[in-house]
Write a protein that binds this ligand. Sequence first.
Ligand SMILES: [Fe+2]
Length: 332
Amino acid sequence: MTIKDIYDLAIKMGVDADPRGQDGVKKHLERIKNRFEDLPTSKKEEFDMETLENPYSDTRILFGDPTTNVEKVITGIDFDTGEVVLTDRLNEKGENIHLMIAHHPAGGALSSLHEVMDLQVDMLATYGVPINVAEGLFRERIPQVKRRFGPVNHYRSVDAARLLNIPLMCIHTVWDNMGWRYMRDIFETREFDTVGDVMHEIKKIPEYAQAIKFKAGPDIFSGSEKGRAGKVVVGGFTGGTEAAKEIYERMSHAGVGTVITMHAGDEHRDEAKKHHINLVVAGHMVSDSIGANLFLDELEARAVSVIPASGLIRVKRNGGENGRVGSKRKRN
Ligand SMILES: [Fe+2]
């Protein structure tokens, strides 16, 4: 596969697993196109044309010739200068790695992270929150995220990759969509009596079983094991980063009982408690690993070998219901 083939596969799989559905993604791209067409010529020159085709601003080829042939990748959750130097060291030792794939974005894919948050508006609406209310909840939050990531040194790892001449890409919301869909198919399609039953089910997933051994497994931030679960949703798995904390009040009114999320700050915990929502925090690196693994299996099926690094809990799946049957845990 070339880097471009991997990029195209990522976009395709991200759309296939998108909480907005294929039509929702299409509508999103149409809205971007209309916005672009309404711009004056001077602003059109500044416009990121890739956003007309790729609905994920945080999934990009950051450095490297897209036509480069790839037989081996190194991949993980966070790639900074350290991981780039690590890759160079491994290549010196004869690994022959052609591409680095990070999950968390860097470069322009990080400074524009807020652009993918729109996805969460549609997702909230599927839980029964009116779309106008969902949009209102994110009106303040999205520019807040933009301001938070604005001052960060976005190009640090990209510069390191350029200096050592190793191609680098990041696949963020695409993998998060895939992880979200995997979890949704398990947790939003059946009933759970208690929060403990939800926890029990999470722990059956091999990535989480491994994370527990790393002392970074799932935890209940609000509610208790014996508490009734009510309607379970997989809320905080995709869409850039944490939503506005006000979502819990609205979700509670919309009939949600338990939210499974990757990570949550204390402000979110307090709001969930206040509105009697059970908040199950599944764990960050481990939850990111789920979407990553589903994608990496596809790369391996296309004869690309994968070196897991940087916090990725690599689990290979051999198919079966939700890809869980016949899965085997592996950490190399
Ligand atoms: Fe993440």
